[in-house]
Design a protein around this ligand. Structure first.
Ligand SMILES: [Zn+2]
Length: 465
């Protein structure tokens, strides 16, 4: 049957706008369920809600896929100046080990190598203050790498100064994202606010005794991915994936990070299913809609899914998707385009975007990026894309909220998310109708990708070109 794209596009954009369930979903995820730490009861509740909504929307298949998560949580955390008894704002880094120590405070500035060298032996056994912001005027080094230097210098504990002001503090991670994998022996890190950090910097010259106490534990739990599918008509055996994580850090309702992406997945699924039901237009290849848990805990949900389905000798091995599109933190402004990990689909995707006539652009990351769930797919040599995140025009202030309690439902932009759902549906439908053997061949093997990861070790946020 010849497809009437004018009619299809009108339907998809109109349905994304007029049939939207965005406000219902964001209220349920952020206000009713609330913070959704992977492996917690709320993670499960979110997964059940998403699965039920996918069923209600009429997807051909909607289920929960549980996996075992290596997780962590914490109870009481404090930083106290021993002599004055003054309490300092505190928040542990994710997966901070338990600690209870009182030692002299040393200010290591930005914890660059030259600052650490100039402090010599004094760092050994001390509580070290370090700014998360990179040192001005020198090449920016990720804080994770600077933590590694402090670990090697023997710091007993690090107090990291939050760059955001006004008492805001977000959960951060001390994992090296890209190169070496998480460093098992990294020093315990507790964050303090920008204001209390500045106070500590003012008094650090006297090396007051400071006590840092973190009650934390590591354990295993069951976490929950959701997977739904709209079966294709011409090539149902091949599939494309649209996905985003539904989990959050502890205590964060996650409006921007990542109810926005989760609902982007749900709404795109809903409008494409409505198109099938009302106009009889189903995708060519199958479209899989997934929401991952454990993104905030080393991408464990997406990793578990890739391991179960796509790697060699996987438990439920199937053909790799031709493309994975990852949605994370969509409260950044309206849709600008698609950013691929690898270059082979660039012109091919751009051609499809051009048929949509909205000025959307296809870009390619200039190095490997492990900051969200696109990465486990890329590691398996699956072409994996994200939408714009860091360097783009028209960025909203809302994009500045993630990993903190103030990333609430009001950080999600309803009308822009409607546009994302309509545009993603238009793009995925177009791509699904191009027969798999007409797609440019993916020349990369898993070992090629591993070489690229080694090559890009320690790089900061990628740029788009
Ligand atoms: Zn996220």
């Amino acid at each position: 049957m010849a497809l009437d794209w004018h009619q299809i596009d009108r339907f998809l954009m109109g349905e994304a706008w007029a049939g939207s369930l965005i406000q219902q979903h964001v209220a349920e995820l952020c206000d009713v369920i609330g913070p959704r730490w992977g492996g917690s009861p709320e993670d499960r509740q979110a997964a059940e809600y998403i699965r039920d909504q996918m069923k209600q929307a009429g997807l051909d298949r909607a289920e929960i896929e549980p996996f075992t998560i290596d997780t962590w949580d914490h109870a009481a955390v404090s930083i106290t100046l021993v002599e004055s008894g003054r309490a300092i704002a505190s928040l542990p880094f994710l997966r901070c080990k338990p600690i209870d120590i009182a030692a002299p405070l040393i200010d290591a500035g930005y914890a660059t190598t030259h600052e650490i060298e100039s402090l010599g032996d004094t760092i050994n056994g001390a509580v070290v203050l370090a700014a998360i912001s990179p040192e001005p005027f020198t090449a920016a080094e990720p804080f994770t790498r600077r933590l590694s230097y402090l670990t090697d210098a023997g710091a007993a504990c690090v107090i990291a100064v939050e760059p955001k002001t006004g008492g805001r503090m977000e959960y951060s991670s001390s994992d090296e994202w890209l190169n070496l994998g998480p460093r098992g022996d990294v020093v315990a890190v507790v964050k303090t606010s920008s204001e209390d950090g500045a106070y500590l910097q003012r008094i650090a010259g006297e090396h007051p005794i400071i006590r840092v106490s973190v009650d934390a534990r590591f354990f295993e739990s069951e976490a929950h991915n959701t997977v739904a599918e709209l079966t294709g008509t011409t090539h149902p055996e091949r599939h494309l994936i649209l996905a985003g994580h539904h989990d959050t850090v502890l205590g964060a309702p996650g409006g921007n990070d990542n109810a926005s992406g989760t609902i982007g997945v749900m709404e795109t699924a809903r409008v494409m299913t409505a198109l099938a039901r009302e106009l009889g237009v189903r995708p060519g290849m199958s479209i899989r809609f997934a929401t991952w848990s454990g993104e905030e805990q080393r991408l464990q949900g997406a990793r578990a899914y890739v391991a179960r389905h796509y790697i060699e000798d996987a438990l439920e091995q199937e053909l790799k998707p031709l493309l994975n599109v990852n949605l994370d933190e969509l409260s950044t402004g309206h849709m600008k385009g698609v950013v691929l990990h690898f270059p082979h689909l660039r012109e091919f995707v751009q051609e499809q975007l051009d048929t949509m006539n909205d000025g959307l652009k296809c870009h390619v990351l200039d190095h490997m990026d492990a900051h969200s769930d696109h990465f486990p797919f890329a590691e398996a040599a699956i072409e994996s894309s994200i939408l714009w995140r860091w360097r783009f025009w028209g960025r909203h202030e809302d994009a500045n909220f993630h990993h903190e309690q103030w990333d609430a439902a009001n950080k999600l932009n309803t009308r822009e998310l409607k546009e994302y759902a309509g545009q993603l549906a238009r793009l995925l439908l177009r791509l699904s109708y191009i027969p798999p053997d007409e797609w440019p061949e993916n020349p990369l093997s898993v070992s090629d990708v591993q070489k690229m990861i080694d090559r890009d070790a320690g790089k900061s946020h990628p740029v788009f070109h």
